[in-house]
Design a protein around this ligand. Structure first.
Ligand SMILES: [Zn+2]
Length: 414
């Protein structure tokens, strides 16, 4: 297959130098040209040329030019926040979150539109295109500043060619969406991935700095409507042969329990997804009071349960069970992947907060035998799934780390 990734023309080598330099500036800003030359092992002449290029394109800017008694301090470089802009859209069942994010990860504007996923992809993406154009034009942003358009969809997306195999919650037929998206948004400007995969990658660009250290590895572990995980090593998502890495919500590892939506019994998802926990709470409530069954449990009550703050011993036991079951999931993650950090996300972790994490840690401490091991940190996700950061991260990834994913390569190119 002849693609832009496999044929390296001199111009493209220059471009990859520029991206490498740009990535280093973002991670180490403000930084001098000399430090860049040291870090990249490029000659100072190359660095000067690349930096001049980036300055001219207004992607980076100079700061801190200052004189001291000992002479002139070097001019430092930083990313120019408004220099380039990423468009992101997260498509959910009934709404799409749309927005623009600058190179520093600051949200410029956002908008939510209502949709019905039954309208099908074409109609929905045409609406998104209209809103996108309005956002861009109303803010006087020139088209050349738009780095690309990132789209996150719940479901299974083969990111290389934008083939959406099964979007269970959207109810769409398997299809290759890329040609249609490129027709609407521009060739080579479209990035598409699954919501979980996108969220996991977004942590790398917008989450805690420790996730970006050289050699870093983390597992993104979420418990919300579903339960699952994704492995990210040095910013690269490890997908596996069947894109199935981290599907720990559907390993039948607990005994009994209700039948999971995958058809098995004993899946973690059937125990600790938000709907599963709500069902367990309601069952207890029915036992406690036949007259007052719960119809709708508020997030506040849900949080109290997970944190062990509901007084009834049945609820106390349930909250202990949930912490232990989540800890089992985490133990599996630790034993299989041994990551530097686990990023926890989703309503179950968010509402459970530090108290839940503390309880999970207590369980893990009883099971992990190698007490001399380096600690694996558990960090709360900093990316809200309802924002557009996740989708923007797809565009960022290609801008800063283009070698990681051939996401925007057109099949027909060459
Ligand atoms: Zn299952």
């Amino acid at each position: 297959m002849r693609t832009a990734q496999t044929i390296r023309m001199p111009g493209q080598i220059r471009e990859s130098n520029a991206r490498e330099v740009l990535r280093l500036i973002r991670d180490h800003q403000p930084i001098s040209r000399l430090s860049l030359a040291r870090k990249t092992k490029m000659s100072t002449a190359t660095i000067t040329r690349v930096v001049n290029d980036l300055l001219e394109q207004k992607v980076v800017e100079e700061v801190g030019a200052a004189y001291s008694t000992r002479g002139r301090k070097p001019v430092l470089l930083r990313v120019s926040p408004g220099g380039r802009i990423a468009f992101g859209a997260t498509v959910l069942h009934k709404k799409v979150n749309i927005g623009l994010v600058d190179l520093e990860g600051k949200l410029i504007c956002k908008e939510q539109i209502s949709i019905r996923s039954e309208q099908g992809p074409r109609a929905i993406f045409e609406t998104i295109k209209e809103v996108a154009d309005n956002l861009i034009i109303s803010r006087n942003i020139s088209a050349s500043k738009i780095l690309g358009y990132g789209f996150a969809l719940p479901g299974f997306v083969r990111s290389g060619n934008g083939f959406v195999e099964a979007t269970v919650s959207l109810g769409w037929e398997p299809a290759n969406l890329k040609p249609m998206l490129e027709e609407l948004f521009g060739r080579g400007k479209v990035y598409l991935d699954g919501l979980t995969e996108t969220m996991a990658q977004a942590e790398y660009y917008f989450g805690s700095a420790e996730l970006r250290t050289p050699g870093s590895s983390y597992v993104y572990f979420f418990a919300d409507e579903g339960v699952g995980a994704a492995l990210v090593v040095e910013g690269k998502l490890f997908r596996g042969h069947n894109y199935d890495v981290g599907d720990i919500g559907h390993i039948p590892m607990l005994s009994g329990g209700p039948i999971c939506r995958c058809g098995n019994r004993g899946c973690l998802e059937a125990f600790v997804s938000k709907p599963a926990i709500l069902a367990r709470m309601s069952a207890i409530q029915r036992q406690l009071s036949e007259d007052e069954p719960w119809t709708d449990v508020s997030d506040e009550i849900f949080a109290k349960l997970i944190r062990g703050e509901l007084r009834e011993p049945q609820f106390q036991r349930l909250s202990e069970d949930i912490a232990r079951e989540l800890a089992w999931g985490m133990l599996m993650i630790i034993k299989c992947y041994d990551p530097q950090a686990i990023v926890v996300a989703g309503d179950v972790f968010k509402l459970g907060g530090d108290k839940l994490i503390e309880r999970i840690r207590d369980n893990l401490n009883n099971w992990i035998l190698h007490k001399h091991n380096r600690e694996i940190s558990i960090v709360m996700s900093q990316i809200d799934p309802s924002t557009v950061y996740a989708a923007s991260a797809l565009v960022y990834q290609n801008f800063f780390n283009p070698s990681l994913e051939p996401a925007a390569v057109s099949e027909e190119q060459g």
